[in-house]
Design a protein around this ligand. Structure first.
Ligand SMILES: Cc1cc2nc3c(=O)[nH]c(=O)nc-3n(C[C@H](O)[C@H](O)[C@H](O)COP(=O)(O)OP(=O)(O)OC[C@H]3O[C@@H](n4cnc5c(N)ncnc54)[C@H](O)[C@@H]3O)c2cc1C
Length: 392
């Protein structure tokens, strides 16, 4: 096997999953993560499809089941908290033969991390500041000033990938903005309320759901036809944007927004996709949101990140570490599938947050119709992943 020493930037979903598989297939991965420790809290993700199959191959389904939020019913409410529609989550999981979880993104990353081989080197609180590729190796300088050599480098560092910026250039050339911003944070839930509600006014949406026995998470999405201008490192500016959008729109929003300053895990970002023609350049390759972010509109970014990691590691194994061959195969197998997912998400973008009172009413009606037996059968077909995973 050639090219065994592989540096992975990012200990999110793609990075940890890639390290898991590389180690299993005889490589020697190292992870570098900018955060001082694994990120905690945050928003929930629906986890299903081909990524669920990868998790099964990793034998982590029992662990994931323990952190499944097991949400019961999503209720669409009006400003007086009256029910206007809803969706029975347990029924949806049943349609999928139980092959779906709702997990905190951080719990998914932590579960994969906890299942990593203990020999894998993981560096927290540092990041890559320079990458130089030569014929036979990649020389990487860390922010902490150390310089080390690796055979290959993988950017698994998310939507705003540092590795992508360094090797492929400015984010703007790959980013497709879909007209929304999203924010999320955890709040105390001392009474252990099981409430899972969603409140809309035109172009704005707030969801509240329990994340464990004594916390809940709030997830905001709002439409903005143009991209907003703010400093990405200025958290206070981001909080102010959110306050301006949601403080005065009714329901429980004023109270939820008031808790923003004590939130331990405030998250704010643009809803964009990353679309690239090529995911690798010489000895550097990208995986997960870094190269193919489908955005939250697809409801599948984390599962696709796991599938990408599995295919990339598997193709490196099949090619005995011949990275040129492996990177080409990785893209050949996976890119068309990703393009379809991104297209589906784009088509859904306009309806994601209803833009009028009529739109909100219509969404409530349509979601109700989903539960008619013949409609649900059609939907299941539509949402079944057609990608056949190889056994590596
Ligand atoms: C609100 C919201 C809802 C979503 N809902 C769903 C859903 O229902 N289902 C679903 O499947 N997906 C969902 N997603 C998408 C999903 O969260 C992402 O697609 C997934 O997390 C991508 O995994 P990743 O490992 O590529 O990136 P990430 O999970 O973002 O991980 C990237 C990692 O890289 C680290 N990093 C960043 N910069 C550097 C650096 N310079 N150096 C080193 N490390 C760095 C980060 O700290 C992080 O640990 C949702 C996303 C959002 C925002």
């Amino acid at each position: 096997m050639e090219n065994k020493n592989i540096l992975i930037s990012g200990a999110g979903i793609a990075g940890t999953a890639l390290a898991f598989w590389l180690k299993k297939f005889g490589f020697n991965p190292t992870i570098i993560e900018v955060a001082p420790k694994l990120r905690e809290g945050g928003y929930a993700i629906d986890f299903w499809g081909a990524g669920f199959d990868v998790a099964e191959k990793m034998e982590i389904l029992p662990d994931l089941s323990k952190v499944d939020l097991k949400l019961l019913e999503l209720t669409f409410v009006d400003k007086n908290n009256r029910r206007r529609g809803g969706m029975n989550y347990r029924k949806v999981v049943k349609w999928m033969n139980g092959r779906a979880f709702t997990l905190l993104r951080s719990d998914l990353a932590k579960t994969i991390y906890n299942n990593l081989d203990k020999d894998i080197e993981i560096i927290f609180g540092d990041k890559i500041s320079k990458i130089e590729q030569s014929e036979n190796e990649v020389s990487v300088t860390f922010q902490s000033d150390k310089t080390r050599s690796f055979d290959l480098v993988v950017g698994a560092d998310g939507l705003h990938s540092n590795v992508r910026n360094m090797i492929f250039g400015n984010e703007a050339q790959f980013e497709k903005y879909y007209g929304y911003y999203t924010a999320s944070y955890t709040i105390p839930n001392p009474k252990g309320d099981k409430e899972f509600s969603m409140y809309n006014v035109p172009s704005k949406q707030v969801a509240l759901y329990p994340t464990n026995e004594n916390t809940s998470a709030v997830l905001y999405v709002f439409a903005s036809p143009e991209k907003l201008s703010y400093n990405h490192h200025d958290i206070e500016a981001q909080k102010q944007i959110l306050r301006n959008q949601f403080e005065n729109i009714g329901w429980r929003c004023a109270d939820l927004i008031a808790k923003i300053d004590t939130a331990p895990d405030f998250y704010f970002d643009v809803v964009s996709q990353i679309q690239m023609k090529n995911w690798s350049k010489k000895r550097v390759v990208l995986v997960g949101d870094a190269c193919d972010c489908p955005s939250l509109l697809s409801g599948q970014g984390s599962t696709l990140a796991m599938v990408g990691a599995y295919i990339l590691a598997g193709e490196l194994k099949n090619a005995n570490g011949n990275f040129k061959m492996a990177f080409e195969q990785y893209q050949n197998i996976f890119k068309e599938f990703i393009d379809d997912k991104q297209l589906l998400a784009q088509k859904f973008a306009k309806q994601f947050v209803p833009k009028s009172t009529f739109g909100i009413w219509l969404r409530n009606v349509v979601v109700g119709l989903m539960f008619l037996p013949f409609v649900s059968k059609l939907l299941i077909k539509q949402f079944t992943d057609k990608l056949k995973l190889k056994d590596y």
